[in-house]
Ligand binder design. Structure first.
Ligand SMILES: Cc1cc2nc3c(=O)[nH]c(=O)nc-3n(C[C@H](O)[C@H](O)[C@H](O)COP(=O)(O)OP(=O)(O)OC[C@H]3O[C@@H](n4cnc5c(N)ncnc54)[C@H](O)[C@@H]3O)c2cc1C
Length: 308
């Protein structure tokens, strides 16, 4: 079968990989230049910083084996703990990252695949038993985009699965921050600083003599400020961070803000009834976690292989 996969995030790429292994012809179309979707990394001055998924778990033995095979020595474990409301978060949990950027997971997965970057897909149209995507007909179409975007592509109800936004701020300082923990999380929802991580906890990412922090705002704060001018919320979060962490504003270097309109699923996962030949994979239908969307990519491919 000829299958189009929309989106080169982790779920779409895993799904495409399994479909190819099952003998299908698969084309992956990705609107942006980079691969990995919300498993995102960017160059920030001379540093390499994860702007989306900060780390991932590998609880499933099969997934762990595959990630070890494709990522090799780049796969690293976070050594420092995470604190939640002052307590240790899930003591004993193993957390992983890639030394060359978490988005490399997307690049590793895509090896040998027909992936078309900077190819934004518009409305998917039914043509008899086939589906037309960007002028070409396919036997099946998988969308891995967050549900509101998938709904627009498939002509369905965008409100069926809700997503929440996230405002993310990267901050560089000319200090050597040597905390005993990697990140601090506040789960109350009341503190605008819902998550602060020091990227120095990831080996080889940050230049000597500098410290880089990733600040993620709470859901309420992100919702309230999503449409405001970036300088407003960036300036506000920066001051809140410096105050809470006792970091000297005079040592501040580069600052970068990223607005995730659809960061994570907020309502329950629903599996909308899909017409024959259309499929949804990723966190519209499972948890907003790398390992969960990986598994869901596999499950979606298994469903298509069984149908074909
Ligand atoms: C700030 C943040 C922090 C997070 N932290 C963690 C964490 O620490 N650990 C963890 O496990 N998870 C974390 N997550 C969640 C995790 O990143 C996501 O659940 C996961 O990456 C979703 O993968 P996906 O493949 O389902 O979707 P995506 O990664 O969103 O992939 C969908 C792809 O579709 C593309 N696309 C959309 N529309 C179109 C179109 N019309 N045409 C072509 N392409 C299109 C997008 O560009 C994107 O690349 C975090 C997410 C965010 C935003």
């Amino acid at each position: 079968m000829q299958i189009a996969v929309i989106g080169a995030g982790i779920s779409g790429l895993v799904c495409a990989r399994r479909l190819m292994a099952g003998g299908h012809h698969v084309v992956v179309m990705e609107k942006s230049r980079s691969l990995g979707g919300r498993c995102a990394t960017r160059k920030f001055g001379d540093h390499l910083v994860d702007t989306g998924a900060q780390y991932f778990t590998l609880r499933d033995a099969e997934i762990r084996k595959e990630v070890e095979e494709i990522a090799g020595d780049y796969l690293r474990k976070l050594e420092k703990p995470i604190l939640v409301n002052g307590e240790m978060y899930r003591p004993g949990e193993e957390r992983f990252y890639l030394a060359n950027g978490n988005n490399r997971l997307g690049a590793f997965l895509s090896e040998g695949m027909d992936v078309r970057r900077e190819s934004e897909v518009g409305r998917v149209i039914q043509k008899g038993r086939k589906w037309k995507v960007e002028g070409k007909e396919y036997d099946g179409v998988v969308s891995s985009a967050p549900w509101p975007q998938t709904a627009a592509l498939f002509g369905m109800d965008a409100g069926m699965v809700l997503f929440e936004p996230n405002l993310t701020l990267l901050l560089e300082y000319t200090i050597d921050w040597e905390g005993s923990f990697y990140a601090k999380m506040n789960s109350s929802g009341r503190d605008p600083l819902a998550w602060v991580a020091c990227e120095n906890g990831k080996a080889g990412r940050i230049q000597n003599g500098r410290s880089v922090f990733v600040v993620q705002a709470s859901v309420d704060y992100s919702r309230q400020n999503l449409e405001k001018k970036p300088e407003e919320w960036m300036g506000d979060l920066q001051l809140r961070f410096e105050d809470a962490w006792g970091v000297d504003a005079a040592k501040r270097g580069a600052v970068f803000g990223h607005r995730w309109r659809y960061a994570r699923r907020s309502g329950d996962a629903v599996s909308p009834r899909m017409p024959e030949g259309l499929y949804v994979c990723g966190d519209s239908a499972t948890d907003s976690r790398i390992e969960s969307v990986w598994k869901h990519g596999e499950e979606t491919a298994a469903q298509i292989l069984a149908a074909g």
